[in-house]
Every structure is written in structure tokens, then in C-alpha cells.
Design a protein around this ligand. Sequence first.
Ligand code: SAM
Length: 251
Amino acid sequence: MDSISTGPIANLLEKLHHEAEAADKPLMEHFFYQAAIDKMIQSETKDLGAAYSELAGNFLSVSPQFGRFLYACARASRARRIVEFGSSMGVSTIYLAAALRDNNNNNNNNSSSSSTGGGVIGTELELSKAERAMSNLSAAGLADLVEIRVGDARETLLLGAGEDGEIDMVLLDGAFTLYLDVLKVLEPRLRPGALIIGENCFRQAGGYVDYVSDPANGYLSVPLPFDAHTHRGNLLSVRTGTGGRSGAVRQ
Ligand SMILES: C[S@@+](CC[C@H](N)C(=O)[O-])C[C@H]1O[C@@H](n2cnc3c(N)ncnc32)[C@H](O)[C@@H]1O
């Protein structure tokens, strides 16, 4: 069974997608034109904090189809530890955490993160968004599986004490220009075969697309067809290199 097709989590997701559509409609009418993407890249480069505090009331969330894809990837790869760059109001986080919960239940494990050593680590620059994300995750009954780190992910994802567990899956959905920086922070902990899913990967933003498109860097990348009409550059990459810091262990 899955918890995103029917039941309380499915109902909550439907409600949140409606709220997102209403909140973001005016923005989305313009956002995915090339000129708007270029302008956002310029704004990020000029002042990252200001660029995203202007969007503090916007969800900017994944589409229902993309969310289902995230859920399917996490189930198929039996992910236990997932890192998310850019959590916003927690819509994508709910898909990811629901997959972890369903993976745990499938394994007949106790479903708390502490019992499996896994969970979702989300990241969000805006405190108000992180608070709304945690409130939505609580409403979904998934809060125990998620930690949202507030601040710049390039700093909040640096290793803390005892945090050397391997990462099974990464969603990159934050500032367009920082995907490569964030990937480099996480790279030593990616398990062989880890999935890295990038939403809004634009070639002109920071070198990420070129990096994961070069097999010599230890990735195999495939463009994803979702939401192509909105010019979103969605990319699935698999960690094919050995990667992994020596001594990294699954906890
Ligand atoms: C596209 S939205 C994320 C949407 C979310 N994944 C979802 O589907 O519901 C991008 C988010 O990344 C956050 N963000 C941007 N730069 C960041 C950074 N350096 N560290 C953490 N969060 C960041 C923004 O504040 C924004 O809320």
C-alpha cells in the first residue's frame, strides 16, 4: 500500500496543492519564461536572502506528478536517509517522508526515525516557511521522520557530530545557482547508486548540469519530462562513482 493515493496524507496533499496553486498563480504566470529564470538567477547572485524573502509567501512546490515521482523513487530505492535542499512549506517533504514511513512499515519496522537511523533532512532559508513545513508535516503525522534545518543549506548540511550515515536520495529544489555547491557538500556521503533529483536545473545556473552530465564525475543523468511546458529543467542523476567518505556507515 501507499499513503499518498488515499487516506489522510493524500487528502492533506490535495489541500496543500490547492493552496499552493492559489498562492502562486500570479507568480507562476510569468515565472517559467526564460527571461524570468534569468532574472531569478541574477537576483540570487546579487542577494540570495532578499531574493527568497520576497517569495516567503509562495509555496513554489513540486507538482502532484513530480511528488508522486519522488515518492516512487524513494520507495523503489528503499531509501532510509533523504536530504532535501529547499523545503518551503513542506509539500515535497511530505511525499518523501511518506515514502520513508511506508518503507519502514513494509519492513515491519517501528516507524520512528530513531529506530531506523534514517529520516528526511530538509533545509529552508526562511524561518516562517520552515515553521509552516513542520506544521504541515505534523498534520500529516510525519513530523517524527523529518528535521528541517533553518538557514543556508550550504552551512546547515555540513556534517555535525555523529552524522556520517550514507545518503540514499537527494532532492535539489532550492536556489537555482547553488545546486552544485550543495551537491559537493553531500557528495562524500552519497551511497553508490544514490538518486539525486534536481527540479529547476538550468545550465546557466552555477555549473550543476554540466557537472552531473559528465560521467567522469561519477554520475549518470537523465532529463525528466515532467512539467516540460513550464521550462523546468528536471534531471535525475544516479551516483555511479564509488563516492563515499571512507568510514561512512549506514547507522
Ligand atoms: C522551489 S522552493 C522549494 C519547494 C519545495 N521543495 C516543495 O516542493 O514544496 C525553494 C525553496 O528553497 C529555499 N532556499 C533557497 N535558497 C536556499 C538555501 N541556500 N538554503 C536553504 N533553503 C534555500 C527558498 O526559500 C524556497 O522556499
